[in-house]
Design a protein around this ligand. Sequence first.
Ligand code: ZN
Length: 243
Amino acid sequence: MRVLIISDIHANYTALEAVLKDAGQVDETWCLGDLVGYGPDPNATVEEIRDIPNLTCILGNHDMAVIGKMPLEAFNGEARRSLAYHEKVISASNMSFMRSLSANVKVRGEATLAHGSPRDPLWEYIINGLTARLNFDHFDTPWCFVGHSHVQCIFALNEQNDRVTLDQTQPDHTINLHPRLILNPGSVGQPRDRNPKAAYAIYDTEARTWTPRRAEYNIVEVQDRIRAAGLPEKHAVRIAEGW
Ligand code: ZN
């Protein structure tokens, strides 16, 4: 089975469209959360996600804020401004779709899915060997897919010596999966690994492979919509630079 893995779309509809096109035919799509927050297109993005066949979708911290299950005060000023805007403009049907989902960790075959981390799905960032090591004790499958940090990368646990290594994965370099790994497909709508192209991954459940990929999209068009909506300028600047 060929599975499209996406995360952290952040209301960037143009980037999502580019990823769905670039990915081609897939059997399933697994989304690791943060459909909204930051970007200009919360409704178009959620509608597009709703239309994806064979979808598994968990919520992220930004989604929880927009559906009223987390206080906006938990976010910094600029992130909060976008969330307040999204809360205001999100349609009733998109709101009820999001409310039908949860932020709980899910298991799909050999993979555990979490937004932030398996031990703290909403807030923890797995960004270094220590946080990765602690999280290897919080899932039972051979590998775990997480988002939230917006960095396309892979953490490997060597069970012989209990060491964790971190690799920033190369786009289009297919990785043969082996126990045990934590993999991040990167962010569709707001990459933070200095590569502004939309990030995602293809997971092959039979071959047991993971292919990180990047898709080009029209960033200027999205920046224009961020500015037209009166959202923070920072959100427009960063998507062109990938931070
Ligand atoms: Zn995010």
